[in-house]
Design a protein around this ligand. Structure first.
Ligand SMILES: Cc1cc2nc3c(=O)[nH]c(=O)nc-3n(C[C@H](O)[C@H](O)[C@H](O)COP(=O)(O)O)c2cc1C
Length: 347
């Protein structure tokens, strides 16, 4: 399919829906309970207003930055998402390759359908490994060691899944069995069942254990409360992801963009703060950056793009976001990321 006429990220959703099984679409698209937070993640971006500054030389715009010290082309990464074989036979290898080629961060899920070693083989790139700590701690230790050996640059610990959220779409359209999850050495009844392996007893006191497993920087994903952000910093986190995540866990949690500023203030530069949830536009990226995010991550959009058109789809997704971001920076009077200051956002 010709992807060049796709004009924005939301268009990939309808294309993906036409290609995915109803159960796979329900799994990707769904949120929890009434999906208030899922909707609000996008709506809260739309409620913000951007204040342009004029007569600034924006003939050249540079959207590059660094994330955990690593240069990246855009303040954008691909969020960890389980079960990408539902979207494409090559699964996680495809977005990892696009991220490496485009110089973006790719974060691989614990519950990926391709092994972390397979994904590392796509070549050099900013790659992180997302960890769900399992009840069997030995298995988590083993996974961290494998991630180190395969050259991953950070461990992203997801802390918002002591239980899966109450997801009605998955009740109505259950996924069939047979999902293969090589990082945890499993093939199961249905992909969601693996959530039961995640250790609901994980607590702050366990972070020292985790940090002791490797020298990799630790990023903690799934923080909304500024007090938790401070605790994360005190426990040595190098990065924090403000995330709801994608409206799939606690419904009626605040939209990620609304939770960002208090976390940025509480962290006060002691760690990098990232955001995911509802990022669909270059204008969303400038909003998050202006409110203090170091970078944003997208989840569903790149999976829908992959389901719609494989690698070309994900490349188009990045191309659109980059074009939108560059134009938004020009129109805001911010030729660099550093120029995206808090006073550019109203409300
Ligand atoms: C189908 C699906 C699977 C996901 N699996 C994981 C996962 O394995 N680990 C994780 O930390 N987050 C997971 N997430 C959450 C994403 O990392 C991210 O927080 C969310 O998708 C961002 O919101 P967005 O989809 O609106 O961009 C998943 C999200 C989706 C939609």
């Amino acid at each position: 399919m010709a992807v060049t006429t796709i004009a924005n990220l939301r268009e990939f959703e309808a294309l993906a829906r036409a290609r995915l099984s109803p159960a796979a679409f329900a799994y990707y698209a769904g949120g929890s309970w009434d999906e208030e937070t899922l909707r609000d993640n996008e709506a809260a971006f739309a409620r913000r207003r951007l204040l342009p500054r004029v007569l600034v030389d924006v003939a050249r715009v540079d959207p590059s930055t660094t994330i955990l010290g690593q240069p990246v082309a855009l303040p954008l990464g691909f969020a960890p998402a389980a079960n990408q074989a539902l979207a494409h036979g090559e699964a996680e290898v495809i977005p990892a390759r696009v991220a490496a080629n485009c110089r973006l961060v790719y974060c691989l899920s614990t519950f990926s359908n391709r092994s972390l070693e397979d994904v590392a083989r796509v070549g050099r790139g900013a790659r992180w490994f997302q960890l769900y700590v399992q009840r069997d701690r030995g298995r988590s230790e083993e996974m961290v060691r494998r991630a180190v050996a395969a050259g991953y640059g950070a461990i992203e610990l997801t802390v918002d899944l002591p239980s899966a959220g109450y997801r009605e779409r998955e009740i109505r359209e259950p996924l069939p069995g047979g999902s293969v999850l090589p990082n945890i050495g499993g093939a199961g009844t249905h992909p969601g069942a693996f959530v039961d392996l995640v250790d609901g007893s994980l607590a702050w006191t366990d972070l020292d254990w985790l940090r002791g497993l490797s020298d990799l920087p630790l990023v903690i994903k799934g923080i909304l409360d500024p007090a938790d952000a401070v605790r994360a910093v005190e426990h040595g986190a190098a990065g924090i992801v403000v995330s709801t995540p994608g409206g799939r866990q606690l419904d009626r949690a605040p939209a990620a963009i609304d939770a960002l500023e208090p976390v940025v203030d509480a962290v006060a530069g002691r760690a990098e703060v990232y955001l995911d949830g509802g990022v669909r536009r270059g204008t969303d990226i400038v909003t998050a950056m202006a409110l203090g995010a170091r970078a944003v991550f997208i989840g569903r959009p790149y999976m829908y793009a992959m389901a719609a058109a494989g690698e070309a789809g994900i490349l188009r997704c990045v191309e659109i976001l980059e074009a939108e971001l560059r134009i938004a920076m020009k129109l805001l009077g911010a030729p660099t990321i550093a120029g995206l200051t808090r006073d550019r956002v109203l409300g």
